[in-house]
Design a protein around this ligand. Structure first.
Ligand SMILES: Nc1ncnc2c1ncn2[C@@H]1O[C@H](COP(=O)(O)OP(=O)(O)OP(=O)(O)O)[C@@H](O)[C@H]1O
Ligand SMILES: [Mg+2]
Length: 339
């Protein structure tokens, strides 16, 4: 039997899978659509097309929420679709490298392990890599020195803030804030201020295409389609980029508080290193324009942005899989009493 290896980053918004034999990365929306009888209709980007648009009889849901499994059955269905469909008569056994946040419970980590071993994807061994370690390796940061390194991964549902030194995560906190919270804050702001209702997809698109973490001169006008709850008609509304920094900033401030909280707990020698070397930002939400300027102004610490924010975890996993020097970053759950 042949052996293949996969690296999986179970993002709330995007599933990323590295396939070692093909040296390829799959990135799809981590979402599933089922009909009223529970029959599978679509997964991934195809299911996302139906999000907020499908009739009530169709359920479109995210199987991972806040960094942990919300639906075992749906996660298995998605894995089977993206990994299992490649198996045929000459099935391979596979090793799996999973990146998981540090600050979740042992039970939640064990659930990921069991998910892999109980799915029809021919698991031989399952290794766990702490997400911040995978991020650091993926960004090419040296973490084997007695030097404090801070990595912040701002994704869709979560923001993981970690301090690493000598290959070990010294402190890590998982905040329930990320791109999804920003989208909701934008939606709430418009409903409260203008009685103007927009969908989360529209909020996300506006954020990705037009918004900025700080006010800019000149301000920019944005036309947004939604529903006017006073006139009770669809409406295209004229908004400005700068007014939207209010709801966006509310979410970013939660991250600033998180950074300060971690720095307070960090031994002074390590926090001095962080001040000297700067903070490394990654995760899809770090693509928000001028987010580094926002955090720098709030903390007085230099920020470095990842060149591939949404893929740094899976890139780190691919390097850990390929490079024997990184093997120590992956642990089999049984070594760490995950089950
Ligand atoms: N240009 C952009 N500006 C702002 N936000 C962006 C941009 N591009 C992507 N995002 C946001 O990044 C998020 C997805 O990032 P990522 O793939 O890192 O999340 P994830 O890994 O699925 O989530 P998590 O790690 O929280 O489970 C989404 O919320 C998306 O709206
Ligand atoms: Mg992520």
């Amino acid at each position: 039997m042949l052996l293949n290896t996969y690296g999986i980053d179970f993002g709330t918004s995007y599933l990323k899978i590295f396939n070692a034999s093909k040296k390829s990365v799959l990135k799809e929306r981590n979402i599933i659509a089922k009909d009223a009888d529970g029959k599978l209709l679509a997964v991934g980007d195809e299911a996302y097309m139906m999000y907020e648009k499908a009739p009530e009889s169709i359920t479109v849901s995210y199987p991972i929420s806040a960094g942990v499994i919300a639906s075992i059955e749906n996660t298995k269905t998605i894995l089977k679709k993206y990994i299992g469909s490649g198996f045929g008569l000459f099935s391979k056994t596979c090793d799996y490298y999973l990146s998981l946040p540090t600050d979740i419970t042992e039970v939640e980590k064990r659930a990921f392990y069991q998910l892999i071993t109980s799915s029809s994807i021919f698991a031989r061994k399952v290794y766990i890599v702490e997400r911040s370690i995978a991020n650091a390796v993926g960004m090419g940061i040296q973490i084997d020195q007695p030097d404090g390194v801070m990595v912040i991964d701002i994704g869709a549902d979560t923001c993981e803030i970690s301090v690493i030194s000598m290959k070990t995560v010294v402190h890590s906190t998982l905040l329930q804030v990320g791109g999804n919270k920003i989208d909701e804050a934008i939606q709430n702001y418009l409903r409260k201020k203008y009685s103007f209702q927009i969908g989360l997809k529209t909020a996300e698109n506006m954020k990705r295409m037009h918004l900025c973490a700080v006010n800019e001169v000149p301000d920019k006008h944005i036309q947004v389609a939604g529903f006017d709850m006073i006139g009770m008609l669809p409406l295209e509304k004229d908004l400005t980029q700068n007014e939207m920094t209010e709801p966006v900033g509310e979410c970013l401030n939660l991250i600033v508080d998180g950074i300060k909280g971690i720095l307070e707990k960090t031994p002074p020698e390590l926090s001095a290193d962080i001040l000297k070397n700067g903070i490394y930002l990654t995760g899809g939400t770090s693509k928000l324009r001028r987010i580094a300027d926002y955090f720098k102004a709030a903390t007085n610490i230099e920020m470095h942005l990842s060149d591939a924010p949404s893929e740094s975890v899976v890139r780190g996993l691919s390097l850990i899989i390929a490079n024997p020097a990184f093997k120590g970053y992956a642990a089999e759950p049984k070594d760490k009493v995950y089950y």
